[in-house]
Design a protein around this ligand. Structure first.
Ligand code: C5P
Length: 220
């Protein structure tokens, strides 16, 4: 029998990362950051000089990603190179969103994502976890927040890590990425029909958890 899965989908900056890591640690379940796989595929393509618009070529690197992750330090190695920092930049997120638009790339990463489903269970974070990758998930959450709030959070995060950030530029970035994720033909960002939707614009992570439990209880 398959291990249980809890999916958390939504746009970037809605708080999925924080929520899914918290839920995974409280449940003692595994955690899949599917966005990181798309980011790693983009970085790998770039390091091999591959044009991100060449779907077949990017898919080939995506199918053969050589990744090492150290759960204690959080360090990520791609083909032996430390990509821990570059993995999280705005530029890498934008590149990931470009390669994620290719059906060939999504196919190349599908089985790799499903392989994370092992006992005692999995919390999966992404855009299409509940719709495409794990359509039979036990519980599906769709987490949203206004674009302005998500841009504010991103700016705060960038400044905290010592970087500079211009709100208008970050907001434009957030909106462009949303647009691309929502309008692509393959696996667009939409809530699964059986998902619990929570708007985190005015909620911290504990309040989000509370709202999820309330809706889950109401469903019976
Ligand atoms: O979540 P994160 O910002 O790391 O994702 C980077 C990009 O990867 C997203 O903007 C999206 O285009 C893509 N992605 C996706 N499907 C997923 C996870 C991420 O298309 N399940």
């Amino acid at each position: 029998d398959k291990a249980p899965v809890l999916t958390i989908d939504g746009p970037s900056g809605a708080g999925k990362g924080t929520l899914s890591q918290l839920m995974a640690s409280r449940l003692g379940w595994h955690f899949l950051d599917s966005g990181a796989l798309y980011r790693l595929a983009a970085l790998s393509a770039l390091s091999h000089g591959i044009d991100l618009d060449r779907a077949e070529d990017v898919a080939l690197v995506a199918a053969h990603l050589d990744i090492h992750f150290d759960p204690d330090s959080g360090q990520v190695l791609l083909e032996g190179d430390d990509v821990t920092r570059v993995l999280r930049t705005e530029e890498t997120g934008g590149a990931a969103s470009r390669v994620a638009a290719h059906t060939e790339v999504r196919q190349a990463l599908l089985e790799r994502q499903r392989a994370f489903r092992v006992a005692p269970g999995l919390v999966a974070d992404g855009r299409d976890m509940g719709t495409v990758v794990f359509p039979d998930a036990e519980l599906k959450i769709f987490l949203t927040a206004s674009a302005e709030e998500r841009a504010r959070r991103r700016v705060a995060q960038l400044r905290e890590s010592g970087g500079e950030a211009d709100f208008e530029a970050v907001l434009a970035d957030v909106q462009a990425r949303d647009e691309r994720d929502r309008n692509r033909k393959d696996s667009p960002l939409i809530p699964a029909t059986d998902a619990i939707t929570v708007d985190s614009t005015h909620l911290n992570v504990e309040a989000v958890l509370e709202a999820i439990m309330e809706q889950a209880r109401a469903r019976g």
